[in-house]
Design a protein around this ligand. Structure first.
Ligand code: HEC
Length: 214
């Protein structure tokens, strides 16, 4: 160490030359060369992004790694899915009737004074087009069912259920509460939806106008 500083002291022009030589060498070194470029930061970020996106994608769509994880008809999904074979309308109707239960009750007898019965009702047993029209658009105002007058509101179901589902619940209540009044099919619902679907809720008067008593 002491030897070297002695040399530097003795020959400053030598150390200058050394630096000069190295500076030239270092300039040469910094010349860009094929194959030794550092990985661009943007590329690393892109790799991280796609790795994370891939993880998210697999997590979302791998179906829990089970064979039937993505099967639309898998049991327990809770959503009735239209399958190739049409569902039994009584089964589908019973499922949809869950939406009516709170007002019309499980036995279809309704709640005296508030919700009219579906049993002993001309609207259920009678013209299937009129029944379908009520289910699609709802009903309000004074209405007489089984000799009793009700004055409340029945919600519209046209946005909640498709033609097959409306047909199924109509078939269900006609069979269970309407003394086997007969099946309502999907085509009839389609027709009624086309003809009256855009109307607002029905009233006893407008029903009578569009569906003169059978
Ligand atoms: C929020 C309560 C409520 C729900 C839910 C409800 N309804 Fe009604 N429903 C009524 C009321 C109230 C009336 C009478 C409307 C009036 O007073 O103008 C009625 C009337 C009816 C009528 C005509 C009158 C009669 O008793 O026959 C039918 C048919 C009917 N509902 C079927 C259904 C079906 C089928 C469902 C399920 C898809 C359903 N309702 C869901 C309250 C409800």
């Amino acid at each position: 160490m002491s030897e070297m500083s002695d040399t530097n002291k003795r020959a400053p022009e030598l150390s200058d030359r050394i630096i000069e030589m190295h500076a030239a060498a270092m300039r040469e070194m910094s010349e860009p060369k094929d194959g030794v470029h550092p990985t661009p930061v943007a590329y690393i970020i892109a790799c991280l992004f796609f790795t994370m996106w891939g993880g998210w994608y697999i997590g979302s769509y791998a179906g829990n790694w089970t064979a039937d994880g993505l099967a639309e008809t898998a049991a327990g999904m809770g959503v009735p899915v239209a399958t190739a074979a049409p569902q039994d309308p009584m089964e589908l109707g019973a499922e949809i009737y869950n939406a009516c239960l709170q007002c019309h009750q499980a036995d279809g007898k309704g709640v005296p004074g508030s919700f009219p019965p579906l049993t002993e009702s001309e609207y259920v047993k009678g013209d299937p087009k009129r029944l379908t029209a009520i289910l699609l658009n709802g009903l309000q105002g004074e209405i007489k069912v089984g000799g009793v007058t009700y004055n409340s509101q029945m919600p519209a179901w046209k946005d909640s259920y498709n033609d097959e589902e409306i047909a199924a619940v109509a078939t269900y209540i006609r069979t269970k509460f309407g003394s086997n009044a007969g099946k309502v099919d999907k085509g009839l619902v389609e027709g009624v939806r086309k003809e009256f679907g855009a109307k607002g809720p029905w009233f006893e008067g407008s029903l009578l106008e569009s569906f003169p008593k059978p």
